[in-house]
Design a protein around this ligand. Sequence first.
Ligand SMILES: [Zn+2]
Ligand SMILES: [Zn+2]
Length: 111
Amino acid sequence: MSAERSRLIDVLDLPIPLASFGKMAKKYPKGAKLSQVGFRFWVRSAGEQCFGCITCEAEDRADFNRLTGEMTFGGMIVCPDCGCKRCPKATQHDNACTGSNDPGQAGSIYA
Ligand SMILES: [Zn+2]
Ligand SMILES: [Zn+2]
């Protein structure tokens, strides 16, 4: 079984009343992770969390939009290994890092 990617499953406005934490714990699947982002909690399902690629970030933004009706805008995404935006790994984390910012690399969304 290949590792499921951690997906954004809920977005909660802060502050959250302490009394509702117990209810929340039951509501979310086992292993769900909460992290504070600005004035909100993002609830993510268990799984591998990507540390930044354009594909996963687009999924997170679509999930965020579906959950809140708001758009979110991330900054420019670069490869976590080499820092290049045209590296194929910046587009999809399964791609190998080329350490290069050359245009026209296979697997990169940047032409
Ligand atoms: Zn990713
Ligand atoms: Zn890279």
